[in-house]
Design a protein around this ligand. Structure first.
Ligand code: 4NP
Length: 154
């Protein structure tokens, strides 16, 4: 059975779709077959495509994310996924609070997968500018490279 990873941010239109895209691209480069998805803790953008600035930075880096649609984290995600990876500490704490006792999912913070940056937040670029989305892409790409190695070894 394939390993599965769910990235979680607040709105599921900026950071977690980019993390999903970065890991998908990274895994495609080595032929690693895993299930990758993203969701938000909030419900404001359910059914909506990613922010146009997130779409633009992904496209610039070779990944089309225009077909993605926002969805909210659900109770079944805690059973369906092997890993939930939060983009910031607020999302991390929300996921830990939502996790049912029976859930076997491993919950971590994205930056815990980058040496020397454990515990840090991926800053929310929603109220930022294009440069903030470039920074998000750089961060999720670095984490994706490390995650791919971790998942390959699993
Ligand atoms: P994301 O960014 O969590 O990276 O998708 C946000 C998008 C929308 C909102 C907050 C964060 N919002 O409050 O609508």
């Amino acid at each position: 059975m394939s390993l599965s990873v769910l990235f979680v941010c607040l709105g599921n239109i900026c950071r977690s779709p980019l993390a999903e895209a970065a890991l998908r691209q990274e895994c495609a480069s080595t032929g690693l077959n895993i299930i990758i998805d993203s969701a938000g803790t909030g419900d404001w953008h359910v059914g909506q495509p990613p922010d146009v600035r997130a779409q633009a930075v992904a496209a610039k880096n070779g990944v089309d994310i225009s077909h993605l649609r926002g969805r909210q984290v659900s109770a079944s995600d805690f059973h369906d996924f092997d890993h939930m990876i939060a983009l910031d500490n607020q999302n991390l704490n929300d996921l830990k609070a939502m996790k049912p006792a029976s859930g076997a999912v491993r919950i971590s913070l994205l930056f815990d997968h980058i040496e020397g940056r454990a515990g840090e937040d991926v800053a929310d670029p929603y109220y930022g500018e294009d440069a903030d989305f470039e920074q998000t892409w750089a961060e999720v790409t670095e984490a994706a490279r490390n995650l791919r190695k971790l998942l390959e070894a699993a």
